[in-house]
Design a binder for this molecule. Structure first.
Ligand code: 0L1
Ligand code: MG
Length: 254
């Protein structure tokens, strides 16, 4: 584990990269990070956002597809934190100038109706969900030339940068549903089954990660369960995610 001052300094480096919209070299290139260091840097980064007045709104999962895990050579999902400053209204405008090299991916969002007791190993997180919605996630790695290690991505809050949530449907589970991502003048087809063999599996994996990493899961929190297709560059114009049976969400980039 690296020293607390170093954790703070590396969090400040990533925070500065995000706020000044200027990329930074991989942290792991100069500091031998382990995964505990990486989550400690992520927590310090979140603390800086909260100190500026941002409010945490939930969590996101990354690397939930087998293809992405294989690409990164890992077998474990990653967890990042969402804040109100990242939230884009459904159909609302988002300024591309806020980001370094933004990409967007279609996701399923869950809403937690009650606090999840992460202290009790037998807690059924799916029973804490009261609604599901289609979602779009903007990811924006703060690393130069898109070069990073697994630990780097965790430290960089899993590239979390923005999200939009469509209308909530009062259901708890999501069967295998077709997903369409419209953006960049093309359409990409996918399926909710690509999200860790189904979004409910992703929720259970989140529970174990939140327990291990001491990440609170509170009533009202949003959970972005992971991407249903590859990410595409976020370009000017309308980007939309349509999930059959769940609905549609969109944003307009300017
Ligand atoms: O949401 C995610 O799957 C995390 C992606 C992190 C890596 C990237 O920026 O592509
Ligand atoms: Mg994602």
């Amino acid at each position: 584990m690296i020293a607390d001052e170093t954790i703070g300094a590396l969090a400040t480096r990533l925070d500065d990269a995000q706020t000044s919209v200027a990329d930074t070299p991989s942290l792991a290139g100069t500091h031998p990070l382990d995964i505990d260091d990486a989550y400690a840097i992520q927590a310090a980064l979140l603390a800086r956002r909260v100190a500026r007045g941002e409010r945490t709104t939930g969590v996101k999962l990354g690397f939930t597809s087998k293809a992405k895990m294989a690409q990164m050579g890992v077998s474990e999902i990653i967890v990042g934190r969402l804040t109100d400053a990242m939230c884009v209204a459904d159909g609302g405008e988002v300024e591309l100038a806020r980001f370094i090299r933004p990409k967007v991916e279609p996701e399923v969002a869950f809403r937690l109706a009650r606090d999840v007791d992460t202290g009790a190993p037998g807690t059924d997180i799916t029973a804490c969900v009261d609604a599901v919605a289609p979602a779009l996630e903007i990811i924006d790695s703060r690393y130069r030339d898109f070069r990073f290690t697994y630990e780097d991505v965790v430290a960089d809050n899993t590239s979390a940068a923005g999200y939009a949530i469509g209308p909530w449907l009062p259901v708890q589970d999501v069967p295998d549903l077709p997903v369409r991502l419209h953006g960049e003048n093309r359409e990409i087809l996918g399926s909710t089954a690509a999200i860790l063999d189904g979004p409910s599996h992703a929720l259970r994996a989140l529970f174990h990660m939140a327990r291990r990493r001491r990440i609170p899961l509170r009533a009202g929190d949003v959970v972005l369960a992971g991407a249903a297709t590859e990410a595409i560059p976020l370009t000017p114009g309308v980007t939309a995610c349509e999930i059959t049976g769940l609905g549609r969400v969109s944003m307009r980039s300017v």
